[in-house]
Design a protein around this ligand. Sequence first.
Ligand SMILES: Cc1cc2nc3c(=O)[nH]c(=O)nc-3n(C[C@H](O)[C@H](O)[C@H](O)COP(=O)(O)O)c2cc1C
Ligand code: SF4
Length: 478
Amino acid sequence: MWKPPDRIKHETNTGSWPSQTKAAKSLLFSPLQTGNLSLAQRSWIPAMVPWRATLEGEVTDAVVEWYARFAMGKPGAIVIEATGIRDIASGPLLRIGHDKYIEGLKRVVDAVHTASQGQTKIYIQLIDFLSMRRRPAKDKYFERFLKITEAHKEALGLTREHDIRDALLALDDEALETILTQREFEAYQRGYRQRVTDTEFPHIAELPNILPDLFADAALRAKKAGFDGIELHYAHAYTMASFMSRINTRTDGYGGALENRARLPLKVYHAVRKAVGDDYVIGCRMLADECIEGGSDISDALYFALVFAKAGMDFLSFSRGGKFEDAARPAKGQAVYPYTGRSGYECMPHFISDKSGPFGRNISPTASLRAHLRAEGFDTPIVVAGGIHGFSQAEAILQNEQADIIGMARQTLADPDWFLKVKTGQGEKVRVCKYTNYCEGLDQKHKIVTCQLWDREQLDEDGVHKTPDGKRRMTAPI
Ligand SMILES: Cc1cc2nc3c(=O)[nH]c(=O)nc-3n(C[C@H](O)[C@H](O)[C@H](O)COP(=O)(O)O)c2cc1C
Ligand code: SF4
């Protein structure tokens, strides 16, 4: 993972933990009721992919156990992992692109409601992503994948396809860069990746006509499975965020100017709203800043947040970065991972950081976005996440009206009981996240995600489920 040049080591600071009485009086542990959104407390576990579904995208016992374990801590809400709206092969990631997935997802919903004794709302993050390939071996790329064009023939002065392929294979990267187009060179170096701007392909040109129904059908299935609401994934490296990006130059009314970039996200939202009804929770996760060169920044986010609030979204959850554009070159046979560049760092900041440190980098932009909405007369609840791990910090964010709901991803992976422990005056028992990103490293390798602080603990205890190699436990000890 990219690390800021300053490389300052930061230590977590939880501040003081509250007594049970103080916690009971806090904003964090008080209910929130705004529009359709009703939470028993203002805490939230943002989506985290744990790599536990089947290869067909079905819920497994491990998925159910994973979310039930989080629900035991009784947070206000859990957003379950990015779940694909299309029924297409995508590894062990959950899918909701067909009615056959409803039964399995219902098990997750029931497990969360039961384990939290009805205290925790469960939302599902709905995602669409475009196709991408792993970085190919050089011989495979030039022998099979590259489509030979007139430009290659001209550049090499050769006519027979076989000779051109052999000639390209013999060249070094410096020479290849002068002959291949930028996209061909990228496909060779990093693996082919489709973009929303590739409108020469009918299925990409047609996305604005296809996606609203795909999202709406998925949302209806989620409602049937019993989810309390929907989080539209409009953040990070995926299709919807790419439509919203400043680097989206589509000329069909869905790219370029801000209002054009907002058109598809709004169309999707309206289709989803029509499918699930006015009294159902629909919000989105979006970026306060893409954190890439030439990408969207807070000024774009201010516009999007306002149009989404006006359209009637029930919450807005802010993240930052997490883009393909600045991601590191993957190893051969691996896929490019959008959390390896500077933007990835901004999304999941590491304990080795710059002067600003990894704790709460997204608070100030989120506060500006919230203030903008309030000034325009919208009370849409705002979720903030990024390095938050202590009660004092969380409570100060709420007291200072910088956000309405506190999201903690890695801290709750480290200790799913954070909320329960802190609420009952046992904050000193919290297993505090070290922000080393061991979990994120597992995600990058598409391995079952666990936390280094607990995955080797009490491995021989009765009933402990382990990873297939038997080396790590699958859920946090109780
Ligand atoms: C293992 C892992 C998987 C993640 N998967 C998702 C995801 O599916 N959707 C999403 O919006 N964010 C995802 N994230 C990002 C988190 O939701 C969160 O925004 C980020 O970790 C920063 O918050 P934190 O500092 O509280 O961890 C993931 C993070 C981790 C560590
Ligand atoms: S592995 Fe555990 S301690 Fe390390 S960053 Fe992830 S959640 Fe935090």
